[in-house]
Design a protein around this ligand. Structure first.
Ligand SMILES: [Zn+2]
Length: 292
């Protein structure tokens, strides 16, 4: 089965390096990524743009817009990406310049979406500060991926990453498609309702577990853990709205594929692991023939 990983990272972030080393046991480099992609038949990954200026600084208020993939100078050919947005620099005198920088980067055909770090940056997703971003998304037919659920930093504020905030956004911007990263976990049922209600809201199944094969194995054999996610999927009853993603380097890819296979009925694997991503990120269509 061909697979697209719809959510991973390839940025020089201290906490990602640390997790790769201490928790998930991953070679967080282009070499390590290529190896895991080959072993799991992943033909394309979607990286979430992110940068930090100071060590342990993420979420970083100083980062320039847009935030890109900066782990290594050469980005692997098997990666496309979403431009990360730093709202702290979308105000005051520099606002127009920062938006122009984002616009310029949209010319790059490997940019397939935009990414908002709700919960990391202290703004509700429907805040005016983000409106120019949604306007750009609508003009360029790009989905906006939004972090939802638990934050991978104690400095995050959960009220901003709760899935319920996406409802107001989805209603206000009906002409933009939104992807709730991590299915809102642990607020899976809230996320499921937002997805069921709004035709323009989707989700990725990345980052539901962090760790190595042993850790993934432990949780995927814990019925209460698996059922809590499955309940949301069953409630939504629409496997065309979900995409496989890992949140690499926070978790090893192969074990995570086995975990997501367990969550999704077999007849929909092709959609969740591959086809849905091409539909939700329309620009992928222009890239894919290059990967053959
Ligand atoms: Zn992520």
């Amino acid at each position: 089965m061909k697979i697209i990983d719809a959510h991973l990272h390839f940025s020089d972030i201290a906490s990602f390096h640390k997790t790769a080393l201490d928790i998930s046991n991953i070679d967080y480099s282009s070499k390590g990524l290529k190896k895991e992609f080959e072993e799991s038949n992943i033909i394309l990954g979607i990286g979430m743009g992110l940068t930090e200026k100071e060590r342990e600084g993420f979420p970083d208020s100083l980062s320039n817009n847009p935030m890109n993939l900066d782990l290594e100078q050469d980005i692997p050919k098997s990666l496309v990406y979403c431009l990360g947005i730093n709202p702290e620099r979308l105000k005051g005198e520099e606002k127009e310049l920062q938006i122009q920088e984002i616009k310029n980067k949209l010319e790059d055909e490997r940019v397939v979406g935009l990414k908002i770090y709700a919960g990391y940056y202290p703004y509700y997703v429907y805040d005016k500060i983000y409106h120019p971003i949604y306007k750009l998304a609508a003009e360029h037919d790009l989905p906006v991926v939004i972090h939802t659920g638990d934050t991978y930093s104690e400095r995050g504020l959960l009220k901003y990453s709760h899935p319920l905030a996406i409802d107001e956004l989805a209603v206000r911007f009906r002409n933009v498609n939104f992807v709730m990263a991590h299915f809102g976990d642990p607020w899976i049922m809230d996320a499921a309702e937002i997805i069921l209600k709004n035709s323009n809201v989707y989700a990725d199944l990345s980052g539901l577990l962090v760790g190595d094969a042993k850790q993934v194995d432990r949780f995927m054999n814990e019925p209460l853990f698996v059922d809590h996610i499955k309940r949301g999927l069953v409630y939504t009853d629409n496997y065309f709205k979900f995409m496989f993603g890992t949140d690499w380097p926070l978790v090893q890819i192969n074990p995570y594929i086995e975990f997501v296979k367990k969550l999704v009925p077999k007849e929909f694997h092709d959609y969740v692991f591959y086809k849905n991503a091409i539909k939700i990120f329309p620009r992928i269509k222009n890239i894919l023939p290059l990967e053959k």
